[in-house]
Design a binder for this molecule. Structure first.
Ligand SMILES: [Zn+2]
Length: 195
């Protein structure tokens, strides 16, 4: 099995919002998008992972993440929208909620496969991977809204109503997509967004 990430290019449609609008929704919130991710991988000797057979060199190459499988999925049953509020602008804002997860996972996928140094032991790989996953989760939690309150994205964009700030976020999302394909954390940085 090779390394793979799925779901990072999904585009939202209003038909994805199949949940019921909650009675107690905040007055300034007219839609809700929910995305999840799963991360699975093994650990392999680097020489095996890259298909090399170098006598006596196996240990020098150490261990790496292998069979990395990241899936980003939409939780359609948790998603809702107020029908009268279904504008293209709001859908683009909701796409941003998905993209925060998808693009952070895309960065994580690349980082897990690009160790900065040789990992001498399997535990080194576990520690390396755990630190990256913790940071990715922290960034997503900082940007996304939850029952605990609005995250940075909704705080700054006021749920899409703050158009100048929404444009900054839109620029970051666009820069992280083809043709530029910048890392998402760097794309956010170009807009002075620091989760
Ligand atoms: Zn929002």
């Amino acid at each position: 099995m090779s390394n793979n990430i799925t779901g990072q290019n999904l585009r939202l449609h209003w038909t994805d919002f199949i949940g019921h609008v909650p009675q107690n929704r905040p007055a300034n919130q007219v839609a809700f998008t929910s995305a999840s991710y799963s991360i699975n991988f093994g650990i392999a000797q680097a020489y095996a992972s890259i298909g090399m057979r170098v006598p006596n060199a196996q240990n020098d190459l150490g261990f790496v993440v292998s069979n990395l499988q990241i899936k980003v999925t939409l939780n359609r049953h948790l998603m809702w929208s107020v029908t009268s509020a279904q504008t293209p602008e709001l859908l683009a804002h909701e796409q941003g909620h998905y993209d925060i997860v998808a693009l952070t996972m895309s960065d994580l996928f690349n980082d897990l496969l690009s160790p900065p140094t040789v990992m001498a032991t399997e535990n080194d790989v576990r520690d390396f991977a755990r630190a990256l996953q913790t940071e990715a989760a922290r960034r997503i939690d900082a940007m996304e809204s939850s029952a605990a309150g609005d995250g940075l994205y909704d705080q700054q964009t006021n749920h899409s109503l703050n158009q100048p700030l929404q444009a900054h976020w839109d620029s970051a999302f666009a820069l992280a997509r083809p043709p530029t394909g910048l890392r998402f954390d760097l794309a956010l940085g170009t807009q002075n967004i620091t989760p």
